[in-house]
Ligand binder design. Structure first.
Ligand code: ZN
Length: 435
């Protein structure tokens, strides 16, 4: 088995716990002394750094939320003066201010190490040619994987995003064996490679890739692996914590190995914010255990997922992050039940008689919440085959009720009826807000 930092990656649970405890005590003291907004949060509940004695005390600490970063724009959350920072990254914002993260050189080194561990999980080594098709810029994807490739001692091709024909030419000429990009882009690349008649294994020598920054299904993974004959690893990161490399799949795909010596994950209940155990779904909360430029303590990511601590055949001992299933921002509460659009989508994806183009209408009738899911039939089914369509509707309705624990009205429509969006799809209309 190949590792980038075997000693850390295969550390015993007890040693890891001791390391996390030591680092948490230090980072809380550091944040209290250097990060004014967090100090105010601790003071507000009369919590002192000395009250935190080990990782088991993490639950006593107040949360940090995205709004704290916006309120402190641009430098209010930095724990170091600007002269100590070497990089700024920021998340794209469709509304309001950007969330900015500042990094010291040590922060960049740690990020690069963690992301390099991920490249190795995808099959890279120092002889690799790593083709980076993530965008370079304020977005952390491009530079993050770039640092990772350099750290590993591989050859990095900073292709950045766009110009697909040139990207394919570079993949062929430079014989890249590892690629980093979004899952939707690798599928697009695979389609173009097929159209050009290039041979997998001969012209295209890829053997692995890390794909992230978007949600993708196991079905997409199988498709990517088969078409390009590669190992496709899911990689997780967010600009506020560090870009790609916070967690990543190994070849056994038992969940994404969380780099929990630097980033400590918790799952909390979305309503009560109480900590949840392994294998329970809730909001992912991350504490940066070593970050200097902008440490974040108990940062609420808004991503919905679960953790598992099952042993992995690769020998890595870190806790694992199961696939992200949604964003808490998108959560609907229907008759007291939490419903995520991603749950609806996964039921739709399993039914071959429909296409996953859908819209959710929520309303309140006689003080009771109602939910309608409008979804398109597959092109091979005509809407006037009444009996067949009714059969499909009934099955979907039953599957939905069992997956969501709340009933929904299913309305089937012809292909092409549901409005398409160029950017982020708008899938929900909640009329309750107007009443
Ligand atoms: Zn593993």
């Amino acid at each position: 088995m190949q590792y980038f930092q075997q000693e850390i990656e295969t550390m015993s649970k007890a040693e890891k716990r001791a390391l996390q405890s030591e680092r948490l005590v230090n980072i809380v003291k550091y944040a209290y002394e250097n990060q004014t907004p967090y100090r105010a949060k601790m003071d507000a509940i009369k919590l002192k750094p000395s009250d935190i004695k080990s990782i088991d005390d993490i639950y006593k600490l107040p949360f940090t939320v995205k709004q704290d970063l916006r309120d402190a724009y641009p430098f209010g959350m930095m724990a170091r003066p600007k002269s100590d920072l070497v990089h700024l990254h920021a998340s794209s914002a469709t509304t309001g201010k950007l969330t900015v993260a500042g990094y010291t050189q040590k922060d960049i080194d740690v990020w690069a190490e963690c992301a390099a561990r991920c490249l190795v999980m995808a099959g890279a080594d120092k002889n690799s040619v790593v083709h980076v098709s993530y965008g370079y810029g304020l977005f952390t994807g491009g530079l993050g994987m770039h640092y990772a490739g350099e750290k590993l001692g591989a050859v990095v091709v900073p292709a950045s995003a766009g110009n697909t024909q040139k990207q394919i030419q570079l993949l062929v000429d430079f014989e890249a064996d590892i690629i980093c990009c979004t899952p939707s882009y690798i599928i697009y690349l695979a389609e173009e490679i097929e159209k050009m008649g290039l041979k997998i294994g001969k012209d295209i020598k890829l053997k692995g890739g890390v794909f992230g920054a978007e949600a993708w299904s196991e079905g997409m993974r199988e498709d990517i692996e088969k078409r390009l004959n590669i190992r496709a690893c899911d990689i997780y990161g967010l600009s506020e914590i560090a870009g790609p490399g916070v967690a990543c799949d190994c070849q056994f795909k038992t969940g994404m190995h969380f780099q929990d010596d630097h980033y400590y994950p918790e799952i909390v209940d979305v309503d009560t914010l109480e900590p949840l155990g392994y294998d329970k779904s809730g909001e992912l909360v991350i504490t940066t255990l070593t970050k200097e430029g902008m440490p974040l303590i108990r940062y609420r990511t808004r991503d919905i997922a679960s953790l598992n601590d099952d042993p992995c055949p690769c020998g890595r001992t870190s806790v694992k992050l199961n696939k992200i299933t949604g964003r808490s921002d998108d959560m609907l509460i229907i008759r007291g039940v939490n419903v995520f659009p991603s749950q609806i989508e996964s039921v739709l994806l399993k039914n071959e008689n429909i296409q996953p183009h859908y819209h959710i209408n929520v309303d309140r009738v006689n003080n009771l919440d109602t939910m309608e899911i409008v979804v398109e039939l597959s092109p091979h089914i005509a809407l006037d085959e009444v009996a067949h369509v009714e059969e499909i509707r009934k099955k979907l309705s039953a599957d939905m009720a069992s997956a969501l624990s709340v009933s929904a009205k299913i309305t089937l429509v012809s292909p092409g009826t549901v409005a398409r969006s160029e950017g982020k799809a708008k899938r929900i209309t909640d009329n309750r807000k107007l009443k």
